[in-house]
Design a protein around this ligand. Structure first.
Ligand code: ADP
Ligand code: MG
Length: 316
């Protein structure tokens, strides 16, 4: 056992019929850490969260939460005893309860005053102090998701699991809400695992990010380390964009430099201007197309001759 891990998975596997949904996962999450798991649809992310929460039992492997054996070796601790809070993509607020009723739902064992104080504290935390009497259908998508988070945090869980919590929201709202959720979870000091298929979300939110393919975590580490040293072509292309160069190396678009040169060997074939940066596609003499992503101080036009240099390649 790893000393002091909040979540400890060893050799966890779960199959549905012939489908290996989770195919041998080892994972440690430290107390207070925010881990993101990034992977394509169907790679086993939700199954892994259900195993940690206790809605499924693993076929193989063991799960420990704060040193307690909760699953494996024939043991299984029921979900309600695991101290795990859940936030799902599909909003699961009770429509007939107001916001305060929803947040207080898991606190029925507390006395009335204690419960009221705890609900007020949580509503304050998610910045909805004045919304306790509103009903779910009177909330915006972002507010509803903050209520769901407050409800998950209300019983003071040791661990919060978030399953693609932002995917039903529009892009702008998603960006602001994820910043907010991160800060709420930090304030609460809770250990969190968030799964997503969105790279930006995984990289920007996680203290660490794990990349999951086909039921396995194939790479994990600090977001910067995973991005800069993906370890495989598969991970490199999933976590960001990568160019395959004529010699077979992979290069990030932002690691390609373009020098304007009247007789340069390479030719600009496409320019996309985004304001904060630009994407420039270039054809090399070999016929290879590569994409550069760079600042906007130099303007490029289709047909311009340039020289491509590579600042750094991946998978050295
Ligand atoms: P993700 O959340 O990454 O999209 P899931 O964990 O939902 O992936 O699913 C992983 C694999 O397991 C998929 O192939 C999915 O079809 C299968 N699966 C998940 N849950 C069930 C289930 N209850 N019954 C049968 N197959 C399932
Ligand atoms: Mg899922």
């Amino acid at each position: 056992m790893t000393e002091g891990a909040a979540i400890e998975l060893r050799g966890i596997a779960k199959a549905y019929g012939t489908v290996d949904a989770v195919a041998g996962v080892d994972l440690d999450v430290a107390p207070g850490e925010f881990l993101t798991l990034l992977g394509p649809s169907g790679c086993g992310k939700s199954t892994l969260l259900r195993l940690i929460a206790g809605f499924e039992d693993p076929d193989r492997g063991t799960i420990r939460l704060f040193g307690d054996d909760v699953a494996g070796d024939g043991r299984t601790m029921p979900p309600e005893q695991r101290g795990v809070g859940l936030v799902f993509q599909q909003l699961a607020l009770f429509p007939h309860l107001d916001v305060a009723g929803n947040v207080g739902y898991g606190l029925r064992r507390l006395g009335r005053h204690e419960r009221k104080a705890r609900v007020a504290e949580l509503l304050e935390l998610v910045d909805l102090a004045d919304s306790g009497r509103r009903y779910p259908d009177q909330l915006s998508g972002g507010q509803a998701q903050r209520v769901a988070l407050a409800r998950a945090l209300a019983p003071a869980p040791r661990v919060v699991l978030l399953d693609e919590p932002f995917s039903s929201l529009d892009t702008t709202l998603r960006a602001s809400l994820r910043t907010e959720v991160r800060s709420i979870l930090r304030t609460a000091g809770v250990t969190a695992v968030l799964v997503t298929h969105d790279q930006d979300e995984a990289l920007s939110l996680g203290d660490r990010v794990g990349v999951m393919f086909d039921g396995r975590i194939v790479r994990h580490g600090a977001p910067r380390d995973v991005y800069v040293e993906p370890g495989s072509a598969e991970v490199a292309s999933f976590v960001g964009d990568a160019n395959r160069m004529p010699d077979g190396t992979l290069v990030r678009p932002e690691d390609i430099e373009l020098a304007p040169e009247p007789d340069g060997p390479d030719v600009v074939t496409n320019v996309e201007y985004y304001g904060h940066d630009q994407a420039v596609d270039v054809r090399l003499p070999s016929g290879h197309q590569v994409r550069a992503r760079l600042g906007t101080s130099v303007a490029f036009a289709v047909g311009d001759r340039v020289r491509v240099t590579v600042a750094r390649d991946l998978l050295e």
